[in-house]
Design a protein around this ligand. Sequence first.
Ligand code: AMP
Ligand code: GLY
Length: 413
Amino acid sequence: MKVLVLGSGAREHALAWKLSQSEQLQALTVAPGNGAIATRFATEDVELTAPAQVVALARKLEVDLVVVGPEAPLVAGAADALRAAGIAVFGPDQAAARIEGSKAFAKDVMAAAQVPTARTEVFDDPAKAKARLASFGPVVVKADGLAQGKGVVVASSEEEAAQAIDTLASTGAGTRLLLEERLLGREVSVMALCDGERYALLPASQDFKRLLDGDRGPNTGGMGAWSAAELLPPGELEALGAQAIAPVLAELSRRGCPFRGALYAGLMLTPQGPRVLEYNCRLGDPETQVLMLQLGEDLLPHLDAAARGRLRPGPLAVRPGASVGVVLASPGYPERPSLGGRLAVTPPAEGELFFAGVGRVSGQLVAQGGRVLTAAAWGPTVARARALAYRAVQGVQLEGAQVRQDIAARERL
Ligand code: AMP
Ligand code: GLY
């Protein structure tokens, strides 16, 4: 098979790394990729949010399958355009991608599908949202539209919540926002490959969203992740799939927008039971970087089957042990990343470096994005995987780089 992977992040680097091991693979191209991906894989330029360009590229390369990494091309309709052109694509149509593109739409689907979630109120007027704060209780303020993981403020006071409303209203994706009941518990990411009707679960993983050690500081796109079969008790992954994936697939299909691609449920395991915090219409980043190491079988046949509506349901095979990924981010990320710093890289003896925001300037790797790379490693235990991931990230020098030191530190498996 000839495969085109769309995206330019560490997630797409990890997908390309995994797919390149498939016996069914004949050729692989990443578009647009980045300066580091280009040293390992064929890359092509493309405007990801211009569906016609995406179709033209897929035609030029005569690919059998397009795998879409990020949400922006999906929300822009890239998968619709590819399907209309008769090209198999792993990634949902625009209408189904709204499950991530609009939190208000996601809440509506969840209500119809009876998925347990946090109590939410939607506001189109920031002043009305602020007036509601006094009586709302512990609150999380969320922008309705896409904000690259930065449209959510878990407020610790009414003043902070009011400030978040002002900030989101002035900079966010439009003025619509949500107030959501603040929940407490352990977070877990459950992802499923879906073919519109059926789904196959990927291993559970956990993402570290806050910038600083001890889960302090602002939310980011994700500063690290880990995965292990033991992350959830036996049977729990399947139970979460039945509660959070199956009913949403059925509801989207009923509404005439079947979901074909990766459906990601971000869950909070509260004392009252699991609650969905968000859906994403794609694989998680940085979760994918650890999942690709954790999978115990070829991924390509599953993505292809999902794209063609003939998925074999049931969980994918998982390796024993654990995988840990540590993100290295630019100084100033997430608010004001300062870019252009030079990277000095020692390739790790064990584990992988999956690159995101990097370019090449006169043969030198330079930081060009907020999250620069994920260092990821598999090990027979979490402690071993963790040690290897940190050893790998220590081989990367970038002045002012931010790396959390406590990724998967409290896990004892
Ligand atoms: P979201 O993009 O909606 O998943 O939110 C990003 C992060 O904010 C989540 O991963 C949680 O850490 C936190 N968060 C979101 N919603 C809630 C909530 N209702 N209660 C507590 N924390 C939340
Ligand atoms: N790591 C969370 C996300 O990809 O949205």
